[in-house]
Design a protein around this ligand. Structure first.
Ligand code: SF4
Ligand code: SF4
Length: 180
């Protein structure tokens, strides 16, 4: 093992390290159940309400100070903030871990802007349609490919969680999903 490691170049060592980290994450954080995902998706609305309340109460600077992106931008600027940014740092760590284990973890579960944008697809203009009668039996490929767990089962369907990525349309072998 030692000889093998020594014979690896830098790129191979990095790839090996990345695989080990990914494996560890998948062992420590198993895939979230559909029910948990649905529950977590509601969190961003609570965060949005909380942020709006703070702004309404004249505490807008607290939002900026405790934002994980404040901590991130300080680090990228070469500044290492003190303990007063602890909340911001913890949030950033949670987001990084979450993003490593679940696709679109931040925008799906925590982003207040994601909550705002999720209201748009509820408009009739954004509805998508699936011709269920043309479906291959037991296919469900569109649903499996959806990165934000939209239940693609009704027609027309419009879900706030839909990010209009088009993966459901692209994955359908029968080109069975279209903009309504
Ligand atoms: S467009 Fe993307 S997010 Fe929306 S239902 Fe299809 S796969 Fe899911
Ligand atoms: S991928 Fe196409 S055929 Fe398969 S369930 Fe979805 S819409 Fe139907």
């Amino acid at each position: 093992m030692k000889n093998k490691w020594m014979s690896m170049n830098k790129k191979e060592k990095l790839r090996w390290g990345r695989n080990v980290v990914q494996l560890l994450f998948f062992v420590l954080f198993p895939a979230l159940s559909e029910r948990t995902v649905k529950w977590l998706q509601k969190l961003k609305y609570l965060i949005l309400v909380f942020v709006l309340l703070l702004c309404y109460m004249g505490q807008g600077e607290q939002v900026g100070k405790n934002s994980p992106w404040t901590f991130f931008s300080m680090i990228t600027a070469g500044r290492f903030p003190m303990l007063s940014y602890a909340v911001s740092a913890v949030l950033l760590i949670v987001i990084l871990i979450g993003m490593a284990v679940h696709e679109r973890f931040f925008c799906q579960f925590l982003c207040p802007m994601g909550a705002v944008f999720s209201l748009l697809p509820e408009l009739p203009l954004f509805a998508m349609k699936r011709k269920a009668q043309n479906c291959i039996s037991n296919c469900q490929l569109c649903k499996k490919r959806c990165p934000v767990s939209v239940k693609i089962g009704e027609e027309p369907y419009r879900r706030g969680e839909c990010i209009r990525c088009g993966k459901c349309m692209a994955s359908c072998p029968r080109k069975n999903i279209m903009i309504h």
